[in-house]
Design a protein around this ligand. Structure first.
Ligand code: IPE
Ligand code: IPE
Ligand code: MG
Length: 240
């Protein structure tokens, strides 16, 4: 039987969940799981480049994650600064343009300037757009977009709201993956995931390797995206 060619999603979004459980299984502090998660993310960026994926958006810290123990929150803030210091050269070597998506008002000066510097230094890269959602919530994004339009006195339409969102520089995600086995969205991309294909992986994020990514892509490739149409319309067997 002839196999159909693999369809590579243009935009992949990932809820990177399971770092804490990965650490707990090894009797390590939760932050050790987050550190391992940074290495997994770095490998994932390379895997996306190899597969010709155009946009990768990851959920790294949610609006709700501030309610975690303060030691874990401050550890995550330090980790992002450290990870950028280590990884920005390789982002530049590989043509990766990084963006941080989220509310920056609560960050320290040190964290804010690390984000701004990383964005500025990778701004001309064109191979992969890499969005890191950090102090991000889907509800926050919808509210800030609506506030922006209201302050400009602009009408709220699907298009105007879409263009005012923090993720307006990329098309909606084609494939949305959540690792760690939980079957929920947890306030990620509420607006943009309207027609994303969802894929849930039992792998804890630090274990999510190239083979796991390929399984998600294969599952995506086998789906029929209908956007409200009938299967016959999608297959070109009925009028569109
Ligand atoms: C996801 O892993 C990373 C963040 C939310 C920062 P978790 O830290 O939620 O890991 P689990 O779900 O406790 O295993
Ligand atoms: C979602 O994971 C947020 C990130 C991966 C950054 P959580 O672990 O915070 O989600 P809940 O609380 O289990 O829904
Ligand atoms: Mg979790």
């Amino acid at each position: 039987m002839a196999t159909s060619p693999l369809i590579i999603p243009h935009h992949v979004a990932i809820v990177m969940d399971g770092n804490g459980r990965w650490a707990k299984k090894r009797y390590l502090p939760r932050i050790a799981g987050h550190k391992q998660g940074v290495d997994t993310l770095s490998n994932c960026v390379k895997a996306c480049l190899d597969r010709g994926i155009g946009v990768l958006t990851v959920f790294a810290f949610s609006s709700e994650n501030w309610s975690r123990p303060s030691e874990e929150v401050s550890g995550l803030m330090e980790l992002v600064v450290l990870a950028l210091a280590r990884k920005v050269p390789s982002l530049n070597a590989n043509g990766v343009q990084i963006h941080f998506i989220g509310d920056r008002q609560r960050f320290s000066e040190k964290v804010s300037s690390a984000l701004v510097q990383a964005e500025a230094s990778t701004a001309d890269n064109q191979r992969l757009i890499f969005n890191v959602c950090f102090n991000y919530g889907g509800r926050w994004d919808i509210v800030q977009a609506a506030q922006k339009l209201a302050s400009r006195g602009e009408a709220i339409t699907e298009l105007s709201l879409d263009r005012a969102m923090a993720l307006a520089h990329v098309p909606d995600p084609d494939l949305l993956i959540r690792t760690g086995g939980e079957l929920r969205i947890s306030n990620f991309m509420l607006w943009q995931a309207a027609y994303s294909e969802l894929y849930f992986s039992e792998s804890l994020w630090p274990e999510f390797d190239e083979a796991a990514l390929d399984r998600a892509i294969a599952a995506f490739s086998a789906r029929q995206r209908r956007f409200g149409q009938t299967p016959e319309q999608v297959n070109g067997l009925a009028p569109a």
